[in-house]
Design a binder for this molecule. Sequence first.
Ligand code: HMG
Ligand code: MG
Length: 299
Amino acid sequence: GLPARVRIHEVGARDGLQNEKATVPTAVKAEFVHRLAAAGLGTVEATSFVHPKWVPQLADAKALFPQLQDIEGVHLPVLVPNERGLDRALDLGARRIAVFGSATESFARRNLNRSVAESLAMFAPVVARAKDAGVHVRGYLSMCFGDPWEGPVALGQVVRVAKELMDLGCDELSLGDTIGVATPGHVSALLTGLNEAGVGTETIGVHFHDTYGQALSNTLAALQYGVTTVDASAGGLGGCPYAKSATGNLATEDLVWMLHGLGIETGVDLAALTATSVWLAGHLGRPSPSRTVRALAGA
Ligand code: HMG
Ligand code: MG
């Protein structure tokens, strides 16, 4: 059966804006996050405390994060690759962080300047210190279904790295289809493999990119498997600057349309969310790629 409620982990302000050519002013980002929270999203990933030269679009994290502190009752996780990033995030009072590993060596090298083993070693003290500070830790795992340099990724390899990431002490695991190549059977197979390895479905979130138009089908397969946390990006913004051929994430509006149609609660006000994406598209100078945004906005 399908769940009664789904928790949407909104990534537009991070995964979306990190990939925009134009750097969005800090004030616009702050208003974007406020509007997403007001639209009923309970988890709004805010920014990344990464090296500013690696992701210049999010180099204003230190200025932005304090501007979000008046938002109540909404989780505002931030990405943190290493202890330097953790220090920066904790200094500003972050209560939820995410480390981000890769199932493949090629992407680990390009995204983190480390091998898979070296990146896990880099995360170990980050997760340990965060847990000691009572901070919730999400572990992202990229390239779970395919890699632009390596092609298909062996399921056993994904399960092994996922297990190592969870063994560091992460509270939650987000399975990234970074380049959007997954199809529903592949999703069920990976969830089965993870379950067999002892990674419980209740700790798993799915993170689909919509490159091949499969993100909603993949989401439905995951829901049927018992997953209740789904990552999505308002207006379908997104991609990854270090993964060629990654396009936008599953659009939050498309996801909400499907979930509400299925009678699944999200807490999201779809009209307010769509208005937010239309407003942001005005700042970005191009229309949202989301079919639902276009349909509802009459564009
Ligand atoms: P590095 O060059 O190996 O860094 O980069 P380092 O450890 O050698 O340090 C070099 C200098 O950087 C030092 O300064 C550090 O202090 C500084 P120096 O002593 O030379 O003056 N530094 C920092 N400064 C600020 N904040 C920091 C930080 N760390 C070091 N956190 C590093 C290694 C991990 C830092 C770099 O590779 C990096 O920042 N990578 C981030 C890449 C990224 O953000 N990618 C996008 C997110 S992942 C994604 O989008 C996928 C996802 O959506 C899921 C999916 O779709 O699959 C999550
Ligand atoms: Mg992503």
